[in-house]
Design a protein around this ligand. Structure first.
Ligand code: ATP
Ligand code: MG
Length: 263
């Protein structure tokens, strides 16, 4: 038997399939879009086609993410916090502090080193400092999202953005461009603003990071500029798993497996 995890996020809909031993067999990520029920069906079809595993061999499905209750046929819905904790334990064993920055919220978790969540802090009030914020800034700067994280490598200035509100920051970036600021400096300023905001969130669950194993999950972990800058402001190494945006779905698949094998 195989076990499926589906993470219906605000921006991406992710699926992971694991086997009886809990090994990842395959994964798929598609945009959630405006009609999440269609995206859920599509990502499920995609992962089964990609892996060549028939639906009858899927023993159980666990759903997570903000759209989790729309996944039909699920064994249960589980919070993203629990799923990211479980997923990172499989991807990067021993992680003690995990930060997940997705499309619309960011979360910091303190883990027991075995994937169980001891404490968490969350910012889900607005898109400030999240993937959606970065997407808006990339559009304003006319840069591909995947380029954003590499552009600031050689920037040295201390350009500071005064607002983290997506709307205000967008007009601030437009003014900076008009004043002749270099794009890499603006990008560095954006990444620093996100890193400082994320540090505040992390400090709420882990005031002292010394000696702790820190990792990052969620789609924004694909942006090396954010990871690098966060490492600088926290003064620590940050590990990023392979396919960081699938960690929630991986955790969900493993919970599906754990619950089924125990029964
Ligand atoms: N190749 C990439 N380079 C840089 N950033 C990326 C890349 N791919 C995705 N991202 C970032 O990841 C974000 C989406 O992250 P993720 O898929 O974790 O969101 P989500 O789980 O749907 O959201 P949430 O958990 O907030 O509901 C995008 O907004 C984007 O900023
Ligand atoms: Mg998410």
């Amino acid at each position: 038997m195989f076990y499926l995890g589906v993470d219906v996020g605000s921006l991406s809909c992710d699926a992971v399939l694991v086997d009886e031993q809990g090994q990842m067999v395959d994964w798929a990520v598609i945009p959630t879009g405006a009609r999440n029920v269609e995206s859920i069906a599509k990502v499920q079809r995609q992962i089964l086609a990609k892996s060549g595993i028939p639906l009858q061999q899927v023993g159980a499905t666990i759903a997570t993410g903000y759209g989790r209750d729309r996944v039909e046929g699920r064994l249960a819905s589980v919070t993203e916090i629990t799923c990211h904790g479980r997923g990172i334990q499989a991807a990067l064993a021993g992680t003690e502090v995990l930060v997940d920055i997705g499309g619309q919220d960011s979360k910091a978790m303190l883990l027991d080193g075995k994937g169980r969540v001891l404490d968490f802090a969350m910012n889900d009030k607005c898109a400030a400092g999240t993937g959606r914020f970065l997407e808006a800034m990339a559009r304003t700067l006319e840069i591909e999202l995947a380029q954003l994280g590499h552009l600031d490598k050689d920037a040295h200035g201390d350009l500071t953005l005064s607002s983290m509100c997506t709307v205000f920051a967008e007009s601030e970036v437009v003014s900076l461009i008009a004043e002749g600021a270099a794009v890499p400096e603006i990008v560095r300023g954006l990444h620093r603003a996100i890193a400082n905001r994320t540090r505040t969130l992390i400090k709420r669950v882990a005031p002292n990071l010394s000696g702790l194993a820190v990792a990052m999950s969620g789609g924004v972990a694909r942006n090396p500029g954010v990871v690098r800058t966060l490492g600088q402001v926290l003064d620590c190494e940050i590990s990023v798993p392979k396919e960081p945006d699938t960690i929630g779905a991986l955790g969900a698949a493993l919970i599906a497996r754990d619950r089924s094998v125990k029964r």
